[in-house]
Design a binder for this molecule. Structure first.
Ligand SMILES: NC(=O)c1ccc[n+]([C@@H]2O[C@H](COP(=O)([O-])OP(=O)(O)OC[C@H]3O[C@@H](n4cnc5c(N)ncnc54)[C@H](O)[C@@H]3O)[C@@H](O)[C@H]2O)c1
Length: 326
């Protein structure tokens, strides 16, 4: 049976909002009716590109069109205000990650979505990567995880690199390690007068002994997105920077007839097949009660809590050093 159409809007017509709009336009189960952006150039582009109505504010949109669901892809510092307004108006929302800048705000939104009976999904797109889903199936008890997410892109200014980039890897790691966090340490720095950290390194120790190390930078000369997950009998190395593929190498010790161990390496190339499309299809399916959530609001809160804990420690830390690039 054909899925019913959902009338959707996208709030924020910047880089991410345009990706959302392109996907919604191509989905048979959605109809993109509106985009909101205070920037007139962004509105002109959106109207021409997607043929939808455009508005300079959420208020203007709510008074003019009937919208059932919306992606919130405005700057992170505005998520709480805009998401509150949308939920109050009875609209299901997909809020880009991170859901908010503070855990208290995220809790308020989660409570409001429950109160209003509306779906709130957070745009943790890595949950829709096949390679990440493979890790969740295969990894049982990691003892070491190393995540590197580096880019030369400083477009996002309203939050630092922990909420902007590292939170992706925090969310992956918390999807793999079920033990509580025992200890964290963090260092980082801001460059060229930036109000927020542009580079951050963190180490999380879990109560089961697993150590997760993170490096995130938006001032790196070259892009890198990689993940290593080691457990007793196998190690996974993922390279996410080969879009639309993820390269995976799995190392397993092989006892040899002679002395010592050989390492057997399995190499896989996984076609990721547009994770954003899968994320938005999942959002629409949840609105129709056709799918249980992939990742709950509790999972979102856990990731944000750890990220903001790192930020608080970084603010109080002496390990913030001067200019440089990583
Ligand atoms: N899931 C991912 O992989 C991913 C990747 C990039 C960005 N993001 C997230 O998406 C969000 C947007 O990031 P971006 O890269 O598109 O930023 P961007 O700066 O390219 O776009 C933000 C847009 O929001 C508009 N805007 C500002 N105030 C607004 C308001 N009050 N109402 C509506 N729109 C408003 C801006 O004019 C701009 O066009 C951020 O929260 C970011 O963390 C997620």
């Amino acid at each position: 049976m054909k899925a019913p159409h959902t009338r959707v809007a996208v709030v924020g017509a910047g880089v991410m909002g345009r990706y959302h709009a392109s996907v919604y336009t191509a989905l048979p189960s959605a109809s993109l009716v509106a985009m909101v952006d205070p920037d007139p150039d962004a509105r002109t582009y959106a109207a021409a590109q997607y043929g939808c109505d455009v508005f300079e504010s959420v208020d203007a949109m709510l008074g003019a069109v009937d919208v059932e669901a919306a992606s919130v892809a405005a700057p992170t510092s505005l998520h709480h205000r805009i998401a509150t307004q949308m939920l109050e108006a009875g609209i299901h929302i997909l809020v880009e990650k991170p859901v908010a800048t503070e855990v208290g705000q995220a809790r308020e939104l989660a409570a409001l979505s429950r109160l209003r009976g509306k779906v709130m999904q957070v745009g943790h797109i890595t949950r829709f990567y096949r390679a990440v889903q493979l890790l969740k199936r295969e990894v049982t008890r990691p003892y070491l995880i190393e995540a590197r997410r580096l880019t030369p892109n400083t477009r996002i200014k309203d939050v630092g690199v922990i909420l902007d980039l590292m939170i992706h890897d925090i969310d992956i790691v918390l999807g793999l390690v079920k033990a509580p966090v025992a200890d964290v340490c963090v260092a980082g720095h801001a460059l060229n007068g930036s109000r927020h950290e542009d580079v951050a390194a963190a180490q999380i120790t879990f109560t089961d002994g697993c150590i997760a190390r993170f490096l995130a930078s938006r001032v790196a000369p070259d892009a890198e997105r990689s993940l290593v997950v080691a457990e007793a009998n196998q190690t996974f190395r993922l390279d996410f920077a080969r879009e639309p593929h993820t390269e995976i190498a799995i190392y397993r010790p092989q006892p040899s007839a002679g002395n010592g161990n050989h390492v057997h390496v399995d190499r896989h190339v996984v076609f990721e097949d547009n994770p954003l499309r899968k994320e938005l299809e999942h959002f629409l399916a949840r609105i129709r009660n056709a799918a249980p959530p992939i990742g709950t609001l509790e999972d979102d809160l856990r990731s944000l809590t750890l990220a903001t804990d790192l930020l608080a420690r970084l603010a109080g830390s002496r390990a913030v050093v001067g200019d440089g690039a990583t």
